[in-house]
Design a protein around this ligand. Sequence first.
Ligand SMILES: Cc1cc2nc3c(=O)[nH]c(=O)nc-3n(C[C@H](O)[C@H](O)[C@H](O)COP(=O)(O)OP(=O)(O)OC[C@H]3O[C@@H](n4cnc5c(N)ncnc54)[C@H](O)[C@@H]3O)c2cc1C
Length: 374
Amino acid sequence: MSDFDFDAVVVGAGAVGLASGYALTRRGLTVAVLEQDKVIGQGVSSRNSEVIHGGLYYPTGSLKARLCVQGRRLLYAFLDKHHVTYDRCGKLVVATNIDEVPRLAEILKQAHDNDVEGMEELSKAQALALEPELGVEAALLSPQSGVFESHSYMLALEGEIEEGGGAVVLSTPFDGAVPRDGGGFEVRAGGEEPTTLTCRYLVTAPGLSAQAVAATIEGFPKDTIPPGHYGKGMYFRLTGKAPFARLIYPPPIHGALGTHYRRDLGGQAVFGPDLTYVDSLDYSVDPSAEPAFAQYIRKFWPGLPDGALTPDYAGIRPKLHGADEPQPDFRIDGVDAHGLPGLVALFGIESPGLTSSLAIGEEVAARLGLQTGV
Ligand SMILES: Cc1cc2nc3c(=O)[nH]c(=O)nc-3n(C[C@H](O)[C@H](O)[C@H](O)COP(=O)(O)OP(=O)(O)OC[C@H]3O[C@@H](n4cnc5c(N)ncnc54)[C@H](O)[C@@H]3O)c2cc1C
């Protein structure tokens, strides 16, 4: 009989918190996922591109490279098993002018080093044979990339946690935790009926609140909490027929993969996200950004008609770097980083966090010293 109310408490019911809860459930632990919102998955996980990334770009050996490739493989298998809709449509990384062609060779090498399967180099003619409306000089095909129904994915994760005897507790903010003598934590949960509960393991996956949440844990060394920044990305939707079947990505910009094209699962064309640093959680889409979007899109789709873009939605990336700083890796901080046994704190889980989520869950379990999942 355990001394604890739950074996593990996870803070945050986004894709990453739920996937972490699932990884612990698979190891036979009872898990409570605390979510401040009334519904799961309304944070960063509800405002993104829903792209399953191949794992092409990230520096080899980084968490992003390893967990994206592993996470993608796990994700397709999970989606199949749970009958969650996806479209493994593939993606073209396009050089839209001669100057960009050498970038493709660099990206291809990075993809091979990252163990990404099935990459193909395409000439201009080959790319145009696949997508006749492209403005392109050469391209790379990443056949493993796709789009998926991320909310159904999160519901499936919630179902797995509950089947394993755990709970996803809504409208219940995590207000702080105190390490207990002899191990584990006492957790303060707020909401309409504030309570305390005990657990052996604590995992924090609160997305944009990662820094604030870590600061409420007694004994968490403040100097190990990385600074947080908000990286806003806006999307515009096309009125009219989707011009391409595959994802279309120009080479990445500094700090993000940049404005790209996708055909969503409803068959509509969406462009975005751009990247602007902001000071508050402002999800408005500025219509005056339309000309800049149109100009950028015409580099790879010269046929974009005038006036065909409408403002759609925006998301905000939990960034660990400022606009001019190098982009760091995910932070999955275990006892070595903060000195608190039984705690894993996640920071900076921006893209490709959705694709990587199942592998991040496995990594969380490993950092807690738990055996490989069954
Ligand atoms: C514009 C944009 C595009 C992106 N595109 C992609 C993509 O195409 N593919 C991809 O792989 N990744 C993409 N990402 C990244 C991906 O969306 C994120 O990495 C992922 O969704 C993060 O999930 P999360 O669970 O860490 O955070 P969240 O989804 O934000 O979940 C955190 C949860 O914690 C809750 N919470 C916060 N504080 C507390 C508290 N004190 N108590 C209880 N609950 C709390 C929040 O309410 C929230 O529900 C994109 C991100 C952005 C912004």
